[in-house]
Design a protein around this ligand. Structure first.
Ligand code: PMP
Length: 389
């Protein structure tokens, strides 16, 4: 781990660098450890105990579409959505997955007819979450194929459009954009539609909506995701995919999910809880502080810019507020054509624009990492000079 320092001195080129400038800091991945201090403070309250003879069967509930989902998991999912008000759950089938990454593939599998003469085109508006393209290309399925930017799709062939909202990497609230006359289906990835990142303006209500424990509370290591699905046949096919790929989802992880989500919902239902002690309020405060510091740092060096987000009223927190995305989508100012290489010279690792279908003058920087790495990023960005190029 690196440690931020307060004082900096110019190097032989006159460039002001931090004393630990030779250590590489990695802001490429979106590992959500920013919320760890909250859970650390309450580690016993949210602890899960699993006995030696617990949870041994594959089976959870044979009468549910998703037969490996614990009934308690289903209740926890319904409860968190009714507490937060971010998704309509009434008419939905729920499928639990090993992270929403697995459910993404399950949804593609479920939406593609097995007798299609050619693979179905899958598109997402650029800049799109880089893993969509990577996962699809890696699989080389004969059912579906990656076809790039949804805004450019004009083929008269069936397609699936991925709508990520708020969007990874740029935090923008997204709507479907394909204009083609052809038959299209939608998958909504709502991984970041939680109050710490964005105002909750409505209950999302789409055919397939993906959510994840990783970004809702930060428990990425438990690998739990869930899908809210309108059509029972789609939910059944998704379950079939999960059965064939992993015979369900670890009940140990489901149990931890149930414990954490249950206690989190209790804290909102308990009128004695101080607002500052509540998770989403804490998370939003953390994200806001980070965003304010990042904006100050890039303003100081004038090498990068980040978009501003419109304010909206959040039905959950009952206040008007900005969006504080999980990633900063930075644009290099004039002369910074290759933003990743520029930052690489400052020993900062980020993900480059073309992985998201955008230009190389853009990079994605995580806002979710550990404090020491984030603070070091701020120090390096605010001291950065154009002549590093
Ligand atoms: N969708 C988006 C937009 C994400 O950013 C991520 C995680 N980076 C995922 C899905 C996958 O999350 P999980 O950990 O649940 O597989």
């Amino acid at each position: 781990m690196v440690v931020a320092k307060d004082s900096y001195s110019p190097d032989s080129n006159g460039i002001i660098l931090s004393p630990i400038t030779n250590s590489i800091i990695n802001l490429d991945q979106g590992d959500p450890v920013v919320f760890e201090p909250y859970w650390k403070k309450r580690s016993d309250e949210y602890a899960t105990v699993i006995k030696g003879n617990d949870l041994m069967s594959y089976m959870s509930n044979p009468s549910d579409v998703c037969w490996f989902m614990l009934p308690e998991t289903k209740d926890a999912i319904k409860r968190i959505h009714s507490v937060v008000g971010n998704a309509e759950i009434e008419d939905k089938h729920i499928v639990v997955g090993t992270g929403s990454s697995q459910l993404f593939l399950a949804a593609l599998f479920a939406l593609c007819p097995s007798d299609s003469p050619q693979p179905i085109n899958v598109v997402a508006q650029a800049p799109y979450y880089s893993e969509y393209q990577d996962q699809i290309r890696f699989l080389s399925s004969r059912l579906f194929q990656w076809d790039g930017d949804a805004a450019l799709y004009d083929k008269n062939e069936p397609y699936i459009e991925l709508v990520c909202s708020p969007n990874n990497p740029d935090g923008v609230i997204q709507e479907p954009v394909v204009k083609s006359e052809a038959k299209g289906k939608l998958i909504h990835d709502l991984a970041y539609y939680w109050p710490q990142y964005t105002p909750i303006t409505h209950k999302a209500d789409h055919d397939i909506m993906l959510f994840t424990f990783s970004k809702s509370t930060g428990h990425a290591g438990s690998r739990i995701g869930w899908a809210l699905v309108k059509d029972v046949e789609v939910a059944t096919k998704m379950t079939r995919f999960l059965q064939l790929s992993s015979i369900g989802v670890a009940k140990d992880s489901q149990t931890r999910f149930v414990k954490i989500i249950g206690a989190l919902c209790d804290s909102y239902n308990n009128f004695g809880s101080a607002e500052s002690e509540l998770f989403f309020q804490y998370g939003k405060r953390r994200m806001r502080e980070r965003w304010e510091k990042l904006r100050a740092a890039i303003e100081q060096s004038k090498i990068f810019t980040a978009a501003n987000y419109p304010k909206a009223f959040c039905n959950f927190t009952n206040e008007s507020s900005e969006t504080y995305p999980g990633f900063a989508w930075l644009k290099g100012e004039e002369g910074i054509e290759d933003a990743k290489s520029y930052l690489r010279k400052l020993n900062i690792l980020v993900r480059e624009g073309n992985r998201f279908g955008a230009g190389q003058n853009h990079v994605r920087v995580t806002m979710l990492g550990p404090d020491d790495v984030f603070n070091e990023l701020l120090a390096r960005l605010s001291n950065a000079k154009r002549d590093v190029v």
